[in-house]
Design a protein around this ligand. Sequence first.
Ligand code: UDP
Ligand code: LCN
Length: 796
Amino acid sequence: MYDNEMDNFFNENRNAIYLLFKRYLELNKAFLLSSELQDEYKAFTNSKAGSVLKGSRLETMFLNAQEAAIQDPWFYMTSRNDVASWQYVRFHVHDILYETIFVDEFLKFKEHMVEPGQREDEWIIEYDIEPFNREFPRLKDKRSIGQGVSFLNRYLSNRLFGDLEKGDKRLVDFLRVHQYNGQQLMINYKIKTVKELQKNLQSAIDYLETKPEDTDVEELKDHLHSLGFEPGWGRDAARMIDTFTLLSSILEAPDPKELETFLARIPMIFNLAVISVHGYFGQSNVLGLPDTGGQVVYILDQVRALEKEMRHRIYSQGLDIEPQILVVTRLIPEAGQTTCDMPEENIIGTRNAKILRVPFRNENGDIIPHWISRFKIWPYLERFAREAQKAILAELSGKPDLIIGNYSDGNLVAYLLSQSLGVTQCNIAHALEKTKYLFSALYWKNNEENYHFSAQFSADLLAMNAADFIITSTYQEIAGHKNTIGQYESYASFTMPDLYRVVNGVDVFDPKFNIVSPGADANVYFPYTYEERRLKDLHPELEEMIYGSPQDDTVGQIADNTKPLIFAMSRLDHIKNITGLVEWYGKSEKLQAKANLFLVAGYVNIDESKDHEEKEQIQRMHHLIQEHQLQDKVRWVGRQLNKNFTGELYRFVADQKGVFVQPALFEAFGLTVVEAMSSGLPTFATMYGGPLEIIEHGKSGFHIDPNYGERVVNSLLKFFDRSKKEKKYWTNISNAAIKRIESRYTWQLYASRLMTLSRVYGFWRYVSNLERDDTRRYLEMFYGTVYKKLANSVPR
Ligand code: UDP
Ligand code: LCN
């Protein structure tokens, strides 16, 4: 595709453009990333020769450049001009030509560079979901991304209820599908048409208005039954009138808000299966073990909040049914200090929620005894799903009403279960690995030995396209930010040379995406100022852990305990970058003079770790502490702490006017950030990922760029200095952090939103089910012919 305006610009500025490309070629790199492309461009246009390019369209392209693939004389580049808006172009470096191209051409060029043996016209699978989505509604405005349900309500009220007058029976039929243990709910066979429904709703309202508002459903049910109404409308006359009126008004003049409120009341979720396969899923002694962090915390808090919300909704609609939630995970016989070898465990703080553990088996059917890294889990999942299905059906005496998958492995299992049982599927990614590792797809072969991304990304494509709806913790998780790519967005197009090419992997404008942010357990993580709730009895133990003499699981002994603490806590993965923090601290004597460093992460003893990345990080930690002689300024604890202890630890650090630092190279969401902020601890967290959205920079905390350690050190120094000079500075940031979390990140808000979404998507699934068959078949084919082979190629 040619572009006259650009052609003219190229003709007029041949020399400058040539010099620009020459500069890039001289970097001698096959691939350039956004920062390299943009920095080099800025440097060039600041020179005399380059200044003519300023303000041009070419400049916009280069300032938004994301990636370039260079093979003299060709320079292929992609730029992201806005959230989820991509442009692909190529330049001929010597002829100074420019052309816009299609995504597949860009991907093919990259493939050719990585696999020079592969012919450009060689046939390779192209994954393309776009044709299947053509008939489906799609958001238009980037600001609406992640608010799928509001859009869907508008769409449904327009489309479905526009058809009602023509006798569209879908709503009536939908109201009739609800049952619990054989008991009919909502409406029965007496109501067959929309007209009958409208008429009987009026009769029911008239009847109820003759009764006192608090008349119990028991007294009313016989008459309502004769009108075609079954339990599920409300516990007393007042609530029933309200629900009937809501529906009656929707049938007359559909309104999206009313539709949502009405659907949110339908008793359709009694049993829930939550799938979380990898890591050590347990209630104590697990956090900080490999693959075991926020996801476990998230799910346990989520289950408690959901059970409460489900019970409340079921009760308000007049039913006496106890909701049941199962968290299905992997049984690990060699469970160490954890309970992961127990097939069942009740979840503390719930009435009826359980952890159900199903083992992995080898080809002979023997149970695998040991922990398996989340990157090597793939060959076990299909069988796991089959056994999990049996266990769930037996435990619930029937199907669950909703299946929630977690992370790539849990989402794949949720996909298999939901297909097999015909149940609504919700996905939660927690973290998609694709954006965490540089060139994870392009150089997938190099990563296979340790990471098996080929299987993981294929599982992700399957699960995200099969899901009825997807919950994300932030907007950036879906579509990124002006300058960063969203985690889901990164699946829109990519290539794994020699394997397959994705030209349309997922559409971030799909209304299936909804932002529902998690919180932190408010019973555990509360402000340090709540004196009467504080666990002061733990203080001697905390003192000992931070300042006491060295133990088997600690390194370093802080000499001067009058300085505030810089506290960091995370799993000891490379991406968490705790070693980066130690290095920045080690290199800054000024910072060492201002504060001590306190770390809770992984193990201190390398022999205790079974994870290759963790081992590497442990080694590096020891090395850095020695190299910078930090033994009397740093305390590193490698121990699993229970959450009440952790809660008081954040507050203990706050008492001393310390700070929390989350230095990750990328953090999908960052529960520690929410925990620290809830405690009132000023927090410095990575600008890559969730914390960018959680923290308002300079107000409720600070963003840091882990690629520039010196800048991080400077902002910490500035903070400590200002806190010393301005009496209220530390407290202002602390208060704003607490406020920020209270207003946005709570489990109560989460549970209410998720329960409403589940019902709206349940309805949407019902009305669009048949239309989805072609997608389902396409995904099955991909599962059978691509994913399954990749999964089985992972060594067991
Ligand atoms: N955590 C902990 N001890 C550790 C590391 C982590 O208790 O050594 C807890 C932490 O309090 C938080 C969770 O594990 O609740 C980590 O969640 P986050 O979202 O920050 O990171 P993830 O591990 O999920 O990547
Ligand atoms: C996984 C992560 O990496 C974190 O960023 C999240 O906070 C956690 O899961 C919970 O969703």
